[in-house]
Design a protein around this ligand. Structure first.
Ligand code: ATP
Length: 351
């Protein structure tokens, strides 16, 4: 399958001190969804801005939808849609007028622009609010309208920069449904996010980005298996029962059992999934050990991030929120020089 997005060796500095992209490589096969996952300041937005022709890199090359981003930016613009962290909608226009205006900007003609606006409002469940000014819309409705705006020209490749940041859980779920419908139709999507569950739910492949480089890539499951398999975590009623539990559970363990006496906790690596959990409960019940809490835990993408980068995924730098546009941001101290091996796990699965 051809790649809809190819970026090679992208480098971008902001001023003398900030190296926002540090040789970033990325490929997104056509018709698939890749999530760029990384903490604040990792370089996600900068990547999207380069790939959507808004920013010229200092080095490297990129092709989107078969078009060279640097050589033919104008040609590319009609082939992509982009929707950002700050919904780019006009507050004083209605939802309908916003979308119609985008159609006209694409020279779609009055009639077609109106038709397309109605179609998209319907699809994004905004028909009832179509004739209300956007200033009365909720955050979720604005994001849906912004996303609709990115689709007016029916682009084969779509970029969504943190599409659900700042939304409440209900609005986030709602937007995920909309995005899923969209990609089911074959659109190639590059999505940036700080949310593990968003990447987990929407993406075929995840590229973990840190300090301007892709440091690992794979499906959510592949990345998780890099940091180990399933484990049973249980808390027993009394510290004296820890040894009993250890003995009873040894036949189920796929590795060393860890005891945490202070928490009366036993952690058992297992390979038999939920069957191991059933067996463990049976064995402890047979031994008369009371269990306070028990569960099968899979490594989360948080664990992956921590193990790959040595720091948590969400290191919120709230000062960023104060700047309306990224262009207003102050320069930051350069990231500490680090040696990170790039780990190519596997290409993303195709739809
Ligand atoms: P976030 O999750 O906060 O959006 P990000 O992963 O998208 O973060 P970028 O916005 O690409 O990261 O920023 C990468 C680095 O470049 C950061 O150190 C950031 O502060 C810096 N940066 C971004 N835009 C500018 C700018 N216009 N001027 C100066 N520095 C900038």
């Amino acid at each position: 399958m051809p790649d809809a997005i190819v970026a090679e060796g992208l480098v971008k500095h902001y001023g003398p001190n900030v190296r926002a992209l540090d040789g970033l490589d990325l490929t997104v096969p056509e018709g698939t969804v890749t999530a760029l996952l990384g903490p604040n300041g990792a370089g996600k937005t900068t990547t999207v801005r380069v790939l959507t022709t808004l920013l010229i890199p200092d080095a490297g090359s990129a092709t989107v939808a078969g078009i060279d981003v640097l050589a033919r930016p104008r040609a590319l613009r009609s082939r992509i849609g982009a929707s950002g962290q700050y919904a780019a909608v006009d507050e004083y226009l209605t939802g309908f007028e916003n979308l119609e205006m985008v159609g006209r900007l694409y020279h779609m003609g009055t009639r077609r622009s109106k038709e397309r606006a109605r179609e998209l409002l319907e699809r994004f469940r905004l028909s009832d609010a179509a004739d209300r000014p956007v200033r009365g819309y909720s955050g979720g409705m604005r994001r849906r309208l912004d996303l609709a705006g990115a689709l007016v020209a029916n682009p084969p490749v779509l970029f969504l920069d943190e599409p659900t940041t700042g939304l409440d859980p209900r609005a986030r779920l709602d937007l995920w449904d909309v995005i899923e419908e969209l990609v089911a139709g074959g659109t190639t999507l590059l999505l940036t996010t700080q949310y593990m569950e968003e990447a987990d739910r929407l993406a075929d492949a995840i590229a973990v980005i840190d300090r301007g480089q892709v440091i690992a890539r794979g499906t959510a499951d592949q990345l998780k298996s890099m940091v180990g398999g399933d484990r049973i975590e249980l808390t027993v009623d009394h510290v004296d029962n820890l040894a009993v539990a250890q003995r009873a559970l040894t036949p189920l363990a796929d590795g060393e059992i860890h005891l945490e006496p202070g928490l009366r906790r036993v952690v058992v690596p297992v390979s038999a999934g939920s069957q191991a959990l059933v067996d463990a409960i049976g064995r402890l019940t047979d031994e008369g050990v009371k269990i306070h809490d028990v569960g099968l835990r899979r490594p989360s993408l948080d664990d992956v991030f921590l193990s790959l980068t040595g720091h948590e995924a969400e290191e919120a730098e709230d000062e960023d929120a104060e700047y309306q546009s990224k262009g207003d941001r102050p320069a930051e101290a350069p990231a500490a020089a680090r040696e990170t091996e790039s780990i190519e796990v596997v290409e993303g699965k195709s739809r």
